[in-house]
Design a protein around this ligand. Structure first.
Ligand code: HEC
Length: 286
């Protein structure tokens, strides 16, 4: 029972009416005597809530492990056409901040002032609105405030989304998450795994790693071109066979390149060795 305020509602007491309501400490009756009437919040009710909470949490965990959230592409600071947008549940705030009296020199009002009034109001609501009436049409102030805020939120969200769609149309852009969705769909249709920007591309395998010339390459070249030929100080040599002919490789290795950045091996290695190296490198066509 709520208390302290006038009400014309009929008060129904549960319990023994012959027992006068004392002024002292009221010991609540055991709720099992009145099924569905009341229940101790701590621990009974709370335990039940926690159990449900645990089931939901485990469900969520299983879900996100099975299907990781699709991440965006890495940020590209040079992309001036990118339109930053918050998630849908913040669109109303985003749109709100576009209005003149809450932006520019009034930005503090928009970002701190009005949101604090709104959220402060929500915090204070239980103290300001102490009537025990539950039916919303009997609580005109609280109800109309709530409906007004709901309508405002829906309106601002819709306007914001509409504006975004117009901007995209005007710039002829496809939003990144659509591109991502398309790629995921394509991959799915081809029976491939959904593209994941977090996963690095597997490094292409070296072709014929058992070739005897490998020992020379290992000792002479890999300090700059890396053990897996993926490049360090020097460029990657994986797939070098696609870019250069064997003759070009011979010339590069014999004479060096880049003003000595790539050393000349004409003196250190025999023509035959360089020929073997170039033959092997021109096979690297991945
Ligand atoms: C001191 C470091 C260093 C060593 C050792 C080295 N390279 Fe290079 N290599 C480079 C650099 C730097 C370049 C890029 C030169 C440029 O174009 O400016 C390069 C370029 C190349 C290229 C051309 C690649 C391309 O895609 O254009 C080939 C082929 C090559 N190196 C093969 C070799 C071979 C074979 C060896 C061993 C015999 C070797 N390099 C040893 C630094 C090195």
């Amino acid at each position: 029972m709520a208390h302290g305020h006038k009400s014309n509602e009929k008060v129904v007491y549960v319990g023994d009416t012959r027992v006068k309501k004392g002024k002292g400490v009221q010991i609540p009756p055991d709720y099992t005597a009145f099924p569905g009437k009341s229940e101790a919040f701590i621990p009974n009710f709370l335990l039940k809530e926690w159990m449900v909470g645990c089931v939901v949490l485990v469900g969520f965990l299983v879900w996100v492990i099975a299907e990781p959230a699709p991440l965006g592409y890495p940020a590209d600071p040079t992309n001036a056409a990118f339109i930053p947008m918050p998630d849908w549940y913040f669109l109303f705030l985003y749109q709100f901040l576009k209005y003149p009296y809450v932006s520019q020199q009034y930005i503090l009002l928009g970002t701190i002032g009005i949101p604090s009034i709104m959220f402060g109001g929500l915090l204070l609501a239980p103290f300001l609105d102490t009537g025990k009436e539950r039916r919303f049409y009997r609580r005109p102030i609280a109800s109309s405030l709530m409906i007004l805020s709901l309508v405002a939120c829906v309106y601002l969200t819709v306007v914001s989304w509409d504006h975004y769609q117009h901007m995209l149309e005007k710039n002829g852009q496809t939003p990144e998450h659509h591109v991502r969705e398309e790629k995921a769909k394509e991959a799915h249709e081809k029976g491939e795994e959904r593209p994941n920007p977090l996963k690095k591309k597997p490094v292409a395998a070296i072709i014929e790693p058992e070739d005897p010339i490998m020992s020379t390459i290992q000792s002479q070249c890999m300090s700059c071109h890396a053990n897996d030929l993926s490049g360090a100080m020097g460029p990657a040599l994986l797939g070098v066979g696609n870019r250069m002919t064997k003759e070009e490789i011979v010339t590069t290795v014999t004479e060096g390149r880049g003003g000595g950045a790539m050393p000349a091996y004409g003196g250190d290695l025999s023509t035959e060795e360089i020929d073997q190296i170039a033959t092997w490198l021109s096979k690297q066509t991945q």
